[in-house]
Design a protein around this ligand. Structure first.
Ligand code: ADP
Ligand code: MG
Ligand code: MG
Length: 208
């Protein structure tokens, strides 16, 4: 694929829900070490609800806004509303179109990430989902700027996001429940950074 059509974006979110479902127990295990052991359940519930509404939208903005609002309203806890903000802000950025170019997708994702960062009042290095999303998106942009196509950009983003996730392990958490642990949050992967990589995994899968 060269463009992100409405169908492809719906397939992306559907695949994300599948991957979250597959990794539900693992995400909860990660959250049990430095949080309250609900990240897998929270995300599985939220993404399953998103999937139920994917057929309703006729435009990209409606699809993304509905998905985002569904996450905000169905997921208790911190991460769901933050992912919801990401998707809602993406949708607010695209307009009522039926497909996005890779560059338009990257721009929308950046707007979404900026919204998430503003809502979470977080920055790089706080040991959150932002530590996977930011390098992922930076790599996506760079791959496009270097002349790569959508699939190449998605693969570059996936690799960079995974490296960003892995880099959360030695960090001390400065946001969310894990921050209550201080030094003891070191030595564990961040659950949200782990679920964030799945967004890029899902994109690679649907493009493959
Ligand atoms: P809760 O902590 O409310 O139980 P979850 O367990 O679903 O929510 O999500 C925890 C994840 O949320 C963390 O691993 C982290 O990645 C992310 N997170 C927490 N606080 C913030 C924040 N202020 N900004 C960005 N991400 C955050
Ligand atoms: Mg939790
Ligand atoms: Mg919780």
């Amino acid at each position: 694929a060269t463009e992100l059509t409405l169908d492809l974006l719906a397939a992306w979110l559907r695949r994300y829900a599948e991957l979250v479902g597959d990794q539900k127990a693992y995400l909860t295990e990660l959250d049990s070490a430095i949080g309250d052991a609900d990240h897998g359940a929270n995300m599985a519930r939220g993404t399953a609800a998103v999937v139920e509404h994917l057929d309703e939208a006729n435009t990209v903005d409606a699809l993304l806004k509905k998905a985002g609002m569904t996450l905000v309203s169905t997921v208790g806890g911190t991460a769901g509303p933050l992912y919801g903000t990401l998707l809602m802000r993406m949708g607010m950025n695209t307009g009522a179109v039926t497909e996005l170019s890779p560059q338009e997708f990257a721009t929308a994702l950046r707007a979404g990430l900026d919204g998430l960062i503003a809502r979470g009042k977080t920055e790089l290095g706080d040991k959150t989902m932002v530590d996977a999303l930011t390098p992922g998106l930076d790599a996506f942009d760079k791959a496009l700027a270097d002349g790569g196509d959508l699939a190449a950009a998605a693969k570059a983003a996936q690799a960079a996001a995974a490296a960003g996730r892995d880099a959360t392990e030695p960090m001390i958490a400065r946001k969310g429940r894990a921050s209550y642990l201080g030094e003891r949050s070191r030595g564990h992967l961040d659950p949200g950074a782990t679920s964030a990589v799945l967004l890029f995994d899902a994109l690679v899968d649907v493009l493959g």
